[in-house]
Design a protein around this ligand. Structure first.
Ligand SMILES: Nc1nc2c(c(=O)[nH]1)N[C@H]1C(S)=C(S)[C@@H](COP(=O)(O)O)O[C@H]1N2
Ligand SMILES: [Mo]
Length: 521
């Protein structure tokens, strides 16, 4: 049977798929190279990832945080890589006869990148060059390789062709073209990434050097009950939990940083890094925790923060009496709304520039962040903070509020069992149960444990250092061999006992008694 379509030249499918992948890869590499010059966030890959994060409903976000932990960003980037690879393969396979379908797909992908970059408010005007050049590079490479491959196929299958002098010549041209594209894209991608990496702020951070406060925080003996299986009282920088929406960590050198405080104030002011660094620095121990921390979860850490009191800065600008919210914005556009009352009272809300004696780690907000004891991080702990607007809760909402979280989010009185670990086997007899309890600004008065639903027993508490940090606790229970469950509950200094009622992390923090099942043998 005669069929005109089967007679038309067709690329072998692996060649077609390879051309599609080469087109997508070249687009990414070109985008990365241009982004090195116009801003790392302009990379279409990163911008699309960021756009995805900002549009992910809170439920999906919780899923990512629970299942990938702090590797959620890596998981997202890898997932995008797989999707892009498949799109490349698909574009190639759709274009076995004609380059048009693949070209259209390449352009659509490019338009997505352009839209993602235009949708960000933290990028400069030139940033759109990265996705535009990426789009053009992707489409051009795809069409070029497609034509070379067609010439080769036509030359092979239909001796007489206007393009290829000989079948072997067509194949050679295609192979040389492909090798050139792969080498060029690889080089562009690597050079782009190297340039982006050297634009980082490690040097700026090193230049700040260790930070010493005029009034430093002392950890008395007896404050730290750390033992194997429990955290240290002060969390090291490497162990400090990290939660943020940043796909690539913002790189802000001290000389490029400033903090503008404006809005409902008498005289707006802009502070440079030196303005802050040269003030009297205070050091305070504060436990930070995340609203997304499930009962028993890891998103809580304790550090010595160094900086200045936010109240002092706010008094300098003169906050209007009817301003009830401070909306802080980070350099990557993230926002948080904090009650002005929590910044003006005696809890010690800070603009922090240091952590544990060093400048803030870059992923924890270098050069400066907010630290407000007693409030969950999403309404108070803005990292890479560059702008503070005094406003009203009725006028503006921070990042997480339209995504289902409460506008006000004081930390709930909670505790955690660190030892034994879930399903651990311990020796029967005298068993140590240990953990942490926190009620920042209020203070922890008591922690109780009970085994297998039996009577509550008081745990020993570590020395209280400040009401703004966790207290460590331990208890000894006598256990016969078998399976056991231990629970705990904390009481804060107001007399409130941690509730048994379970609540989800959305909208304002999880509750319930932590419970660990283990075996004594
Ligand atoms: N710029 C910026 N700051 C941010 C966030 C963010 O996504 N972007 N997340 C907040 C949340 S939800 C928490 S719990 C704390 C976590 O601070 P850490 O990563 O230093 O532990 O940072 C807060 N500050
Ligand atoms: Mo958080």
């Amino acid at each position: 049977m005669w069929n005109s379509r089967s007679d038309a030249p067709r690329l072998p499918w692996p060649v077609a798929a390879g051309i599609g992948v080469a087109g997508v890869g070249s687009a990414l590499a070109a985008g990365q190279l241009v982004a090195a010059f116009v801003g790392a966030g302009a990379s279409p890959y990163v911008a699309v990832g960021n756009a995805f994060i900002d549009r992910t409903p809170a439920a999906l976000k919780e899923f990512a945080v629970r299942n990938f932990g702090e590797n959620d960003k890596t998981a997202l980037l890898l997932g995008m890589g797989v999707v892009l690879f498949l799109v490349g393969v698909g574009a190639g396979l759709l274009s076995r006869r004609n380059a048009m379908p693949g070209t259209v797909l390449a352009v659509l992908l490019g338009v997505l990148g352009v839209a993602a970059v235009l949708g960000r408010n933290d990028l400069g005007q030139l940033s759109v060059l990265a996705p535009v050049i990426s789009l053009v590079a992707g489409a051009m490479v795809f069409r070029l390789l497609h034509r070379l491959a067609m010439d080769w196929v036509i030359g092979r299958d239909h001796d007489a062709t206007p393009y290829a002098e000989s079948p072997a010549g067509g194949r050679r041209k295609f192979l040389i073209g492909s090798a050139g594209v792969v080498a060029g894209a690889g080089l562009a991608g690597i050079v782009g990434q190297v340039l982006i990496d050297t634009n980082n702020v490690d040097a700026s951070r090193a230049a700040v050097g260790p930070l010493v406060a005029t009034k430093s925080a002392i950890v008395p003996p007896g404050a730290d009950f750390a033992s194997s299986g429990t955290p240290a009282y002060i969390t090291d920088e490497g162990a400090f939990y990290r939660v943020d929406t940043a796909l690539t960590i913002p790189q802000v050198a001290t000389q490029n940083w400033s903090l503008r405080i404006h809005g409902m104030v008498d005289r707006e002011k802009t502070y440079s890094y030196a303005d802050i660094r040269n003030r009297k620095l205070v050091e305070q121990i504060v436990t930070l925790c995340c609203v997304s921390n499930p009962v028993g979860g890891p998103y809580i850490s304790n550090a010595k923060f160094i900086g200045v009191y936010l109240r002092d800065l706010l008094n300098e600008v003169g906050v209007h009496p009817d301003a009830d919210q401070l909306l802080s914005t980070s350099t990557d556009g993230y926002t948080a709304g904090t009650p002005v009352s929590a910044l003006m009272d005696d809890r010690g809300a800070m603009l922090a520039i240091g952590m544990n004696g060093q400048p803030l780690p870059v992923e924890h907000g270098f050069p400066a962040r907010m630290v407000v004891p007693g409030l969950y991080g999403y309404v108070s702990a803005t990292k890479w903070v560059v702008d503070m607007e005094l406003t009203k809760f009725s006028a503006k909402q921070g990042y997480w509020v339209p995504r289902g979280y409460s506008q006000l989010a004081p930390v709930k009185t909670e505790s955690r069992i660190d030892k034994p670990a879930a399903f651990q086997r311990v020796a029967a007899g005298n068993v140590v149960v240990a953990g942490i309890a926190w009620a920042q600004t209020k203070g922890i008065q008591r922690v109780e444990v009970r085994v297998d639903g039996g009577p509550w027993q008081d745990a020993q508490l570590s020395t209280e250092v400040t009401k703004n940090s966790w207290r460590m606790w331990r208890a000894f229970v006598d256990l016969k061999p078998g399976n056991h469950t231990v629970e705990c509950r904390a009481t804060d200094d107001t007399g409130y006992v941690q509730t048994q009622d379970t609540a989800d992390t959305v909208p304002d923090g999880a509750t319930g008694w932590p419970s660990i099942a283990f075996t004594a043998a």
